[in-house]
Design a protein around this ligand. Structure first.
Ligand SMILES: C[S@@+](CC[C@H](N)C(=O)[O-])C[C@H]1O[C@@H](n2cnc3c(N)ncnc32)[C@H](O)[C@@H]1O
Length: 432
């Protein structure tokens, strides 16, 4: 596509997570890098017959839920245990009886909180908690959490649904703003609960919203599994005939950082050290300990480095770029992980299966990283056919940033292609 044609592609909010916030279960919690239900539906609508749809990078389970709503079987994995829990709750089937009993439990919880009949839960060990919640909001949330735990059974669907509502309320009562790429604090921080928020009513409203989504059960099955996308066959049983996913972008976004308020409140994180470890285990993570580990990280001799990646790595590592070396390591590791992922993906694909990777390009120090082209080269090297990086939308005001649908078809292993096991360098490429 020409530069001019690309410039005509608008920044379309309907193709981002913003569209999801009003779409039933899809709107339960927001994750900034979640893709739009609309993108997934447009792709899924192309397939009439029932498919086994895989999303190796679950996030908020957009693909699995969409697949389920369209009568397909959705299977998805994520390395973040909070997202696995959330995806399972989001894709589960809820009976009318469960919905009615959740409504009654919500009323009992608020009654117990009002009567001071519960011991407040311990506040979460999140760094600098006073920046997140004023003392009134924090006290209410500690009471609410204890109330949910006292009035619902452990591992029950009622507890799960009320916990999702709790997550919505804790953000509503916080000083966090989502108006930035990553979660940040509101500019004019309000250090008390705004007077127009009745805290109990906020929770009632959130429960109502969650139950409204829960009433719409997907007819198709969905499984949300803990797993590493670099070792897919350990987590899922193939074969799959459609893959729709948005992998982490090479833009240093930390999902752990973004999700930390939920993760600390629900006990998925206990310390900053844990947060850094979890980020290091994820593809593209660079938060906390992950950043320092990148300094000493060394490139493997078994990965594929297409020429366009080598050029970008040299540009980023240039001595005039202050943190160039560490960022070049970050990018090299990102693509090593992706190469490992694609190698594991082919072990669970059916012949004739189709892929759609929704991914954006990036820049570092003005060096354009043509992520979509590097993906395309990797897929071709593995023997995928009809590999096409199609531009979908402009990402933000930077004129060179776009989001792509990198699509391809898997016809089965071919001789002369380069799966990782062969460890040989294809023509024009370096290994390691
Ligand atoms: C761009 S987000 C996916 C967003 C998702 N499409 C949605 O709509 O919410 C990428 C996800 O990949 C996950 N991830 C990162 N490394 C992973 C790995 N090695 N295996 C599985 N999931 C991983 C992150 O935790 C994150 O949830």
């Amino acid at each position: 596509m020409s530069v001019l044609a690309k410039e005509r592609i608008r920044q379309r909010a309907d193709l981002t997570y913003k569209f999801n916030t009003t779409s039933g279960r899809h709107g339960w919690l927001r994750l900034t890098p979640a893709y739009s239900v609309k993108v997934v539906e447009e792709l899924i609508n192309r397939y009439d017959d029932s498919r086994r749809v895989l999303d190796p990078f679950c996030g908020t389970a957009t693909t699995a839920l969409c697949a389920g709503y369209h009568g397909h079987e959705g299977v998805t994995t994520d390395i973040n245990p909070f997202l696995v829990w959330f995806g399972q709750v989001k894709t589960a089937h809820y009976s009318d009886a469960t919905i009615a009993s959740t409504r009654r439990t919500c009323a009992r919880v608020l009654e117990a909180v009002k009567r001071d009949a519960v011991e407040p839960a311990t506040p979460p060990p999140i760094h600098n908690i006073a920046r997140w919640w004023c003392s009134d909001a924090l006290q209410f949330l500690c009471m609410l959490k204890a109330g949910i735990e006292a009035e619902s059974e452990e591992d029950s669907p009622e507890r799960d649904l009320l916990t999702v509502a709790f997550c919505r309320t804790l953000i509503k009562l916080s000083n966090a703003a989502f108006n930035h790429q990553s979660m940040s604090y509101k500019e004019d921080r309000q250090l008390s609960i705004p007077f127009d928020i009745d805290v109990s009513e906020a929770f009632v409203e959130d429960t109502r919203f969650v139950l409204w989504g829960a009433e719409e059960n997907p007819p198709g099955a969905a499984s949300v599994l803990f797993g590493d996308a670099r070792k897919l066959s350990d987590a899922v049983a193939g074969p799959f005939d459609l893959v729709i996913t948005s992998p982490p972008y090479a833009n240093r976004m930390s999902y752990i950082r973004e999700l930390r308020p939920y993760m600390y409140w629900l006990g998925f994180l206990d310390s900053g050290r844990d947060a850094g470890e979890l980020d290091w285990s994820a593809i593209g993570g660079t938060w906390g300990v992950a950043t320092s580990r990148l300094t000493d990280w060394e490139r493997s001799t078994e990965s594929l480095v297409p020429p366009s990646l080598e050029v970008a790595l040299n540009g980023i590592a240039h001595h005039t770029n202050k943190n160039g070396k560490i960022l070049a390591n970050y990018v090299a590791k990102y693509f090593e992980d992706l190469w490992e992922h694609f190698n594991s993906l082919i072990t669970v694909l059916a012949d004739g299966s189709e892929l759609h990777y929704i991914v954006g390009n990036s820049t570092f120090y003005g060096v354009l990283l043509p992520v979509e082209q590097i993906y395309a080269t990797m897929l071709e090297q593995l023997g995928f056919e009809d590999v096409r990086p199609n531009v979908i939308r402009k990402r933000n005001s930077k004129k060179e940033l776009f989001e792509f649908d990198v699509s391809a078809r898997w016809g089965g292993p071919k001789s002369g292609t380069c799966p990782q096991a062969t460890r040989s360098a294809p023509t024009g490429m370096t290994v390691g």
